[in-house]
Ligand binder design. Sequence first.
Ligand code: MSP
Length: 667
Amino acid sequence: MNLRAITVTGRPFIRSHCNIMETADRNYYITTPIYYVNAHPHLGHAYSTILADAAVRLHRELGADTLLLTGSDEHGDKIAQAAEKRGMAPKLFVDEISSSFRDLWPKLSIKYDTFTRTTDAAHVAIVQKFLQRIYDAGDIYFGEFGGHYCYGCERFYTEKELENGLCPQHQTKPQFISEKNYFFRMSAYLPWLREFLENNPDLIRPTRYRAEAMAMLENGVLEDLCISRPKSRLTWGIELPFDQDYVCYVWFDALVSYISGIGWPDGSQFERFWPGEHLIAKDILKPHAIFWPCMLKAAGLPIYRHLDVHGYWLSRDTKMSKSLGNVIDPLAMAQKYGLDAFRYFLLREMRFGSDASFSEEGITTRINADLANDLGNLFSRVLSMAAKYLDSTVPAMDGINSDDSELAEPCRETMANYIQLAERMEFSLALENLWQFVRSLNKYVDTQAPWSLYKNKELDKLHMVMGGLLAAMRKIAICLWPVMPDAAEKMLAQLGCESRLGPDMPLANIEKEQASFEWLPAGLKLAPSSNLFPRMEASPKNAPASDKKDKDAADTPKIEHVDFDTFKKLDIRVGTIVHAGKHPNADRILKLEIDFGPGGKRHILSGLAEAYNPADIIGRKICAVLNLPPRKIRGLVSEGMVLTAEDDNSLTLLAPDAKMSNGSIIG
Ligand code: MSP
């Protein structure tokens, strides 16, 4: 069997020593968005906060001093209107909902350090100080302005930004409002920002969101930012320090929470932790990628280290919304499926930057396949064999070098990859990579057959195999602590290991653990058995009819895994349809000419004729696989395959959900 390097990129990437030191010396500060308090927390909010918590835990294992800030965004029209609807005074209303966020996080094993509320007196004073500083520097001016105001977005849109006269976010007609207001001279900072993004290609991750931010700067629709609202229209906000008839625009107020929460300008936490990292979803890219860096620059502050942008959770394949009744309650899910399994599912299922779909079958399948079958089974098999053959005691490995274990090198490489991917918020890939190792350990048990070694009295070999497995299982637990803190502690306890470096501390220093592969100390008492993740029954209430037919699907998941290297071989790219017409000999097929930018144009045939009129799709962005062998279909050659999504009723073209240039790689 092959236990060689397990890679996710085609070649193993081992972190350089200097990289390791850099991380260990550094303080790590990460923020989640501060959430609006017009509604209770849902799955999307929980995901961002769990991801930030996992990142913080990873950095604590890397030896960094960490700080996690979250909070609530409590000013603005939306909140004032929601309070009015409930017949409550805004302050009472925001107190209630803000605590539903604050109380939820510990129940999801999220350990935040600072919870900032924008109605806190300290925050209010800091926003005023920040405004005053920019005003004094001459970057805030008073002017008359007429603009299209969307109440949903709480912002003005320029003509150019509207789509057919409608708000691009809400598809509603904005109200034209003309009034005197204060403006932040943002336009003066845009050339600097463009250059800054060019020189810091890793600032906004993944790159598609960097490209989106660049496109915002290129298309010339950005102007100065209106940062006030007259009190005659809205009183629920922070008063401008230089004009008591105005309150501050909610985004200007909210973004400052990232520094007010750590005591800008002279607090010790600010000194130690700024600049930090921001984690958001794609919906709020613009304020974070454009407004905030310009605000920081105008105030003379360093720009954040990274802006990490994740996609959207869909309820199955639909946007979550109250009116559709498909909003997912994270606490209910964590209680139903177990907190560790819930956290694992979220971090494993969402490829960083892309949208993901949440369903109860999805979580059940992952629990059964990854947690019960792969990981749970490994622990249960190895510990029960240890009970039978080793009296549940780690054997003395006198004279046998742990580096001689076949598992030593793959374990080191797996951990190196895991750390490197997780540091970039790519937890899904990191876990996929770790699971290849878990599965390889199960195979190792099968091929080494400790039961035969015991029967044949090959005790040295038995100790070598069991010792290697136990050591590797300990490393897996250490990797998993950021994702599943409780399960990881349980795993270590079952291996008889000390479960923490100290009170309120991570399990171990993951970097040191990565560098070495050592036997567990001889004589350690192991648990006689393990049942970490019991199998889940598919939930009949939630299973779609097609799944009920095959009840076994969830019980014995038969997932055909494609290895990652095979998947990476696919060349999938964005293109634009430049010509479309009917296939002369096939009614259901359209013949397309597609521009793939630097890769040139190609002719591709696709079964789109029943779904699309050729004239309507000219100019559409599409995604296509380009390295399939050319295929002749009824006399014409197709040089690739256009990607579509299909259900019982319809077929639709797949397209990137943001402007991407032709030839962009999908993967
Ligand atoms: N108050 C602003 C943020 C100000 S930050 C200075 C805001 N609040 S929000 O309550 O609408 O939260 C938006 C964030 O919630 C997203 O960026 C994301 O982190 C999370 N999510 C909300 N819905 C989501 C999904 N359906 N999927 C994933 N995350 C989403 O915007």
